[in-house]
Design a protein around this ligand. Structure first.
Ligand code: HEC
Ligand code: HEC
Length: 341
């Protein structure tokens, strides 16, 4: 396993130094995202600058899709924190639609399970699945291998040391790029690192509420990335057409459960939730999401007991929303190392 600290990785992204020494140990402290744990690169797909750079080019290349219309970046847009806001459901190859909202890819290298239902556990498998998906990119393998031979020869040799193209390696390069989409520069992070003047009184009031037992927000959205990487039903529907985690485990207790999303950059990624809505309508604003939690959601057999009517004044609800806005990190939205080549 290769380990780098976030600080090392950020340094790496900014200064393009190829080697980071003196890695710091991972921190256990769950609330203070002073330094995220070291990014782990799988031993069968170690990091190199050349591979991340190849991955970036492939991430933005529409020619990987069957009709040349779609790249990863079509549904994971940098200035929308690598989500597809404002679309509720993304449109893929040949205008096909899935049924879920496209999530942010910021800090996705830290996620233990991928997709809203957690059906895949590595970024390599995830990228392969999307490339092969008939409604997302539907790669034409022969055409893509020809493209790689024609246009990617030099980058390929630098990244993999030979000229043998494969879809599996495309996925490896893209996964390596994704592990460099790292953010710890929000006002909230900086506040935690000591720049206490960066949060207003209202935002600090919202933060206190967020981490309190009155709201329980941080019991699920906790840790450095404000997620527990677990699956919960938060009472959005009385009937789940998309059954979420149940489709993976077939355990009735998992019906309507979805992965707790990170709340980093949450102000930029509306509409919200796996489906982008609730049975009361599209959840287009953070105010609407907070209102959902205040109301306590539907009654559903697998609903988490922590989601129940909250007694928050209008003033407190506004403070909570104000706090969620402090989680935006504008540096990741404009970092040229993550942009379209
Ligand atoms: C047509 C739109 C579309 C395209 C194209 C697309 N994605 Fe996605 N992506 C989505 C949606 C929608 C989801 C959520 C699907 C689900 O949970 O079932 C998702 C989920 C993901 C996730 C999981 C994130 C998490 O936290 O669980 C990753 C990683 C990801 N996409 C990377 C990629 C990569 C890499 C590519 C290109 C190879 C790509 N996507 C192309 C729409 C798209
Ligand atoms: C029991 C665990 C749990 C608790 C408590 C909880 N959440 Fe969530 N939250 C989730 C899950 C799971 C989802 C995704 C649900 C879905 O898509 O069906 C979610 C979704 C969200 C979203 C939308 C994220 C996105 O990317 O679409 C926001 C915003 C949010 N929660 C904020 C909060 C706030 C604020 C609180 C406290 C008032 C809170 N949550 C309490 C588990 C929880």
């Amino acid at each position: 396993m290769t380990r780098w600290t976030t600080r090392g990785l950020v340094l790496l992204l900014w200064s393009a130094t190829s080697c980071v020494t003196n890695p710091e140990p991972a921190r256990e402290d769950s609330i203070i995202p002073d330094v995220l744990p070291a990014m782990v690169f799988p031993s069968d797909n170690p990091y190199s600058d050349a591979k991340a750079e190849l991955g970036r080019h492939l991430f933005y290349d529409q020619r990987l899709s069957a009709d040349g219309s779609t790249s990863c970046a079509s549904c994971h847009v940098q200035d929308r924190a690598f989500s597809d806001a404002p679309h509720q459901i993304s449109v893929g190859v040949r205008g096909e639609q899935g049924q879920r909202n496209s999530p942010t890819l910021v800090n996705v290298g830290y996620r233990r399970a991928l997709f809203w239902d957690g059906r895949v556990s590595t970024l390599e498998d995830q990228a392969s699945a999307v490339l092969r998906s008939p409604i997302e990119m539907d790669v034409d393998t022969t055409a893509v291998l020809n493209l790689l031979r024609a246009d990617y020869r030099d980058r390929w040799v630098q990244a993999f040391g030979d000229t043998i193209p494969s879809i599996q390696r495309v996925a490896q390069a893209i996964a390596t790029f994704e592990r460099t989409i790292v953010s710890t520069g929000s006002r909230y992070d900086r506040f935690r690192r000591g720049e206490t003047w960066l949060l207003s009184e209202q935002e600090r009031e919202g933060m206190t509420l967020y981490f309190s037992s009155r709201t329980m927000c941080s019991s699920c959205h906790g840790g450095p990335d404000l997620t527990d990487d677990a699956f919960h039903n938060i009472g959005l529907f009385h009937h789940y057409f998309d059954r979420g985690r149940y489709d993976v485990t077939r355990n009735p207790y998992d019906e309507g459960k979805f992965k707790t999303p990170t709340l980093r950059n949450i102000a930029l990624t509306a509409p919200y939730m796996a489906s982008g809505d609730s049975e009361k309508g599209v959840l287009n604003t953070l105010e609407a999401v907070v209102k959902h939690y205040v109301d306590g959601g539907t009654t559903f057999h697998s609903k988490d007991a922590r989601v129940k009517t909250l007694h928050l004044s209008a003033h407190e609800q506004q403070a909570l929303v104000a706090f969620l806005h402090t989680l935006t990190d504008s540096t990741v939205l404009s970092n040229p190392r993550l942009s379209k080549p």
